[in-house]
Design a protein around this ligand. Structure first.
Ligand code: GLY
Length: 368
């Protein structure tokens, strides 16, 4: 087992990564169960495919569990579901010392973390992510949220989990498209500040997608080590370090908005195309070489990810896409910080981007 510590002042927590962990989850979780019972939140897909194994492992260890099942997908992250979930936790006499278990992808982790934050003015929770995207990104770092009618993730809080339990073997049942969407976030860590890891992704992509266990475990461990380091340096995104994790997200947000935040373009796919656009925009500004931008697009495309507006199936023009960006929650003081790059592994935050120029760039991209 690999243990990675998220070294946040006053409340550090561990991430355990181990193939087969779910079949042995009681060993990791028993210290967190009050009087031998756990409250588990999951969704209806995970309830069918993963929960039986977890329940079996808990039962063998004489740990009882009550389960709350959300509808799968973004619909699970609504005010209505939050109300049902918090009512359920209270009906089950949740106490502040209890640890709620979030078993699922990003939606389950986000709403469970937010419910834990608000119920009884703050309970603890444990993340057990079952998608690659949740394992390498959303389960670590304490961003929790639900969606509101004004947009995605606009109601939320920073609330760190007490523990993150990752079983790479659970990815065996994940559809390839979802695996690729999570791999976009893996590649992102290489692009931010780790050129060697980007090269590792180039060299090991085929093994990763073929199901090679060592490649999968290495990709996950390296990603969570990167995320832990960045979160520890800037837990609440105040000094610019954590903002680096938003590479590709400003362009990506516009693409997701244009495709209706739907399954037409998964978040990880939008981030992939967004990262390719951020690199090509950096080339336009004379910051980065064409060679580096081409390497980024080539790797994304090898992973089956979109690297252009056309591949993302986005038809809006530059002005429309910039308009979507203006509704991004990263807007600050009337300006929109952009993540640009001077090369692979050399991303940085710029507050000097001229939105009219971004619109022209996107129009040129649409023609290419
Ligand atoms: N997913 C970006 C962050 O955790 O900051």
């Amino acid at each position: 087992m690999t243990v990675v510590t998220v070294d946040i002042a006053d409340r550090p927590y561990d991430i355990h990564v181990e193939a087969g962990l779910l079949g042995d989850i009681a060993r990791h979780i028993a210290p967190y169960s009050r009087s031998g019972r756990l409250l588990v939140v999951t969704d209806d897909n995970v309830a069918k495919h993963v929960w039986p194994e977890v329940l079996g492992a808990l039962t063998r260890a004489n740990i009882g569990a009550e389960v709350f099942v959300l509808p799968a997908g973004e619909a699970g992250k609504s005010w209505g579901q939050l109300e049902k979930l918090t009512d359920w936790l209270l009906e089950h006499h949740i106490e502040r010392s209890d640890h709620i278990i979030a078993l699922g992808g990003g939606v389950v982790g986000d709403i469970t973390g937010f419910a834990a934050h608000v119920v009884k003015r703050g309970c603890s929770f444990i993340q057990v992510p079952t998608t690659l995207l949740a394992q390498v990104d959303s389960s670590v770092g304490g961003k929790t949220a639900i969606n509101s009618s004004a947009g995605k993730n606009l109601v939320g809080a920073f609330h760190q989990p007490s523990l993150v339990l990752i079983d790479p073997d659970v990815l065996v049942t994940l559809p390839t498209r979802q695996l690729a969407a999570g791999f976009a976030e893996v590649i992102k860590y290489g692009l931010i500040d780790d050129a060697d890891f980007f090269s590792w992704c180039e060299d090991n992509l085929d093994a990763f997608f073929a199901g090679n266990a060592a490649a999968r475990e290495y990709a996950i461990v390296h990603s969570v080590q990167s995320k832990a380091r960045i979160v520890a340096a800037d837990e609440k995104e105040l000094n610019g370090t954590r903002a680096l994790l938003n590479l590709g997200h400003t362009f990506g947000h516009a693409l997701e908005a244009d495709t209706g935040f739907s399954d037409r373009l998964f978040h990880g796919e939008a981030v992939a195309a967004g990262m390719a656009l951020a690199f090509r925009y950096s080339v336009r500004l004379g910051l980065c070489t064409v060679g580096d931008a081409d390497r980024v697009s080539a790797l994304l495309e090898r992973a089956g990810l979109p690297a252009s507006l056309a591949e993302a199936d986005v038809t809006a023009n530059g002005a429309q896409l910039v308009e979507y960006m203006l509704h991004d929650k990263k807007m600050s003081g009337g300006t929109l910080p952009f993540l640009l790059a001077s090369g692979i592994g050399q991303s940085f935050l710029s507050k000097d981007v001229v939105l009219g120029d971004v619109a022209s760039f996107l129009d040129a991209e649409a023609q290419s």
